[in-house]
Design a protein around this ligand. Structure first.
Ligand code: FAD
Length: 553
């Protein structure tokens, strides 16, 4: 099996074109990743293609919470809350390095969205529906205790708080770890490969024509079943399949802002009311606080949603409303990101009211489309899709039942989350011998989990006097991303493999030329490619900081 490396990408694509698969998954976001893992572990020969980088769509642009969606209880989405809520613990158990429990504070103010009694009952129902473990069940706090947890919260009208557990994640890394596990189990996957058309025999879909986005070459991939897991783009593929009728998608945009802790020293994650009676999150992470999200209808190209001045001002206003002593100005916004939600359209509803539940549509040609849903429910969504495909198989005993409930994702192989802490301790000595500081090691082991041994292996090839002056901590990550995570462009590294463009933008400015140089040597770019990739990174850096002046809805 070829390594999942950047330099093997073209060979993997060519090999895919020469074979026939049981399943072809279109889309390398969390939905496609989960489906590929489920399919391959049941014994299906599986391929996955992604037109950008893995997770470059919505799956790197979420609030980064693995959560049951407490607010959907208000909309009586009991079944969804129960199902997705239970998945939180499974997602955590299978990849504790990338998902962590986080206590969330829900302040209760006079006239706010939730009253004291409704919060208490709501959180109790949430605990029950989501089967929350004992130590993580909700607590109700007095107003004093609420302020103690987070002194920045508005004290005027404060009646108390709800305190409950959600799970924080890195959405892009969760996606890449699921894909890596799928690849280890036998999936063939390539990024920057776009489905430009579908292939049919007797009006039944039997594969796709794909275009390598890096060199324009065109290939055909044949499969028994084709799954459209393209998130915000599902309707464009349904259009190609001539099956775009009935229910359709409606996209809404969500923006998050990142502010340094020195300007917004939040110590506790908070889920709070906005002046227009929506709810948003403020979450401390890696020395920053991030806040979001907005929710507005979006009619532009989903490929590059951006923050506008209105989005920025809306969130700043919400911060001032709930944290009146925090004096944030637009210059304090260090970074931002915007994503579009692929929601299933419901007539006459406001963006925030549209259901987040997922649906599966099978067209006349047999194209299976999965639409809607949440990051959190990816494993269950995948199970449902592959159950359906198994049932459609002529020989129903050919494939195993779903295997993913107790299957660690890449980096999560510790024999259970309870062993993660002892795993970290056991490797501390090795890290020190290799010259990593305690902080560096902690960061690396939380990012790469049980793959830390591979990082240590790379560290042994480190030369302090290297051409680009890369410190060991950065060297191991760029080499790992190239050799094990198929990065193609600098933005893949800075956004989706390290999250640095959001949470450490100064670091990106500091190291971007060295990383571009290193990748250029490793991947032997032409001068033109190098210039394009540099320009792309600059544009994305600019968009993260400055609002888009031209957005039209
Ligand atoms: P995507 O991640 O968009 O993946 C689809 C992929 O298909 C894309 O990468 C795209 O490039 C690719 N593609 C499209 N067309 C083609 C083609 N022709 N050929 C090949 N590839 C193609 N959920 C949670 O659980 N928790 C949260 O905290 C949360 N917060 C959110 C906040 C915001 C602002 C938003 C927008 C969403 C949030 N969600 C959250 C929802 C969650 O992020 C999405 O449900 C999920 O990421 C969707 O994943 P996906 O794989 O379906 O879509």
């Amino acid at each position: 099996m070829l390594k999942f490396s950047s330099s093997n990408r073209n060979t993997i694509l060519k090999e895919m074109a020469a074979e026939e698969f049981d399943v072809l998954v279109i889309g390398g976001g969390i939905t496609g990743a989960g489906i590929a893992l489920d399919a391959v572990t049941r014994g299906m020969k599986t391929a996955l293609v992604e037109m950008q980088d893995y997770a470059a769509g919505t799956s790197s642009r979420s609030t980064k919470l693995v959560h049951g969606g407490l607010r959907y209880l208000k909309q009586f989405e009991v079944k969804m809350v129960a199902e997705v809520g239970k998945e939180r613990a499974i997602v955590y158990e299978n990849g504790p390095h990338v998902t962590t429990p986080e206590w969330m504070l829900l302040p209760i103010h006079t006239g706010g969205t939730f009253g004291k009694i409704s919060t208490s009952i709501g959180l109790r129902i949430y605990d029950f529906l989501a089967d929350v473990k004992k130590g993580e069940r909700r607590r109700m706090l007095s107003s004093d205790a609420t302020i103690q947890k987070e002194p920045l919260i508005k004290s005027e009208g404060l009646k108390g708080g709800g305190y409950y557990v959600e799970y924080r994640t890195d959405d892009a890394r969760l996606t890449i770890e699921v894909i890596k596990e799928a690849v280890t189990q036998g999936v063939r996957a390539v990024n920057y490969t776009k489905v430009i058309d579908l292939l049919y025999r007797d009006e039944i879909v039997i594969g796709a024509i794909v275009e390598n986005q890096l060199d324009g070459s065109v290939h055909t991939i044949y499969a028994n079943k084709v799954i459209n897991a393209t998130g915000p783009w599902v309707d464009s593929l349904r259009d190609k399949d001539h099956s775009l009728s009935g229910k359709k998608l409606r996209l809404t945009k969500g923006v998050h802002l990142v502010i340094d802790q020195s300007r917004f020293p939040l110590k506790q994650a908070v889920y709070f009311d906005t002046p227009d009676r929506r709810m948003v999150f403020a979450i401390p992470r890696d020395g920053k606080t991030y806040v979001g999200t907005t929710d507005t209808y979006y009619g532009n190209d989903p490929i590059h949603p951006k923050m506008t001045a209105d989005d920025r001002d809306y969130i700043i206003h919400a911060i001032h409303y709930m944290f009146p002593t925090v004096d944030i100005k637009s210059e304090d916004i260090e970074s931002s990101w915007a994503g579009v939600r692929p929601l299933i359209y419901e007539e006459g509803k406001d963006p925030s009211e549209i259901s987040r539940k997922d649906e599966i549509w099978v067209s006349k040609s047999g194209l299976v489309t999965i639409a809607g849903g949440k990051l959190t429910g990816y494993r269950k969504m995948a199970e449902t899709v592959i159950d359906l495909i198994s049932l459609q198989s002529k020989d129903t005993n050919k494939y195993k039942a779903c295997q993913t409930k107790h299957l660690p994702i890449s980096g999560g192989h510790f024999d259970g989350s309870h062993n993660f802490v002892s795993f970290i301790e056991a490797k501390e000595n090795d890290a020190e011998l290799l010259g990593f500081s305690k902080d560096q090691y902690r960061k690396l082991v939380h990012r790469y989990g049980s793959n830390i041994d591979r990082i240590f292996g790379i560290a042994k090839t480190y030369e302090p006097n290297n051409k680009y002056g890369l410190p060991q901590e950065i060297y191991v990550q760029i080499v790992y991303s190239l050799e094990e995570e198929m990065i193609v462009k600098p933005v893949d590294f800075f956004i989706r493999r390290t999250g640095a463009l959001f949470f450490d933008i100064k670091w990106v400015y500091e190291w971007k030329e060295a990383i571009i140089g290193f990748m250029n040597d490793a991947l032997e770019w032409t001068n033109e490619e190098k210039a394009i990739y540099r320009e792309e990174l600059e544009t994305i850096l600019n968009d993260a900081i400055h609002p888009d002046p031209n957005e039209m809805i």
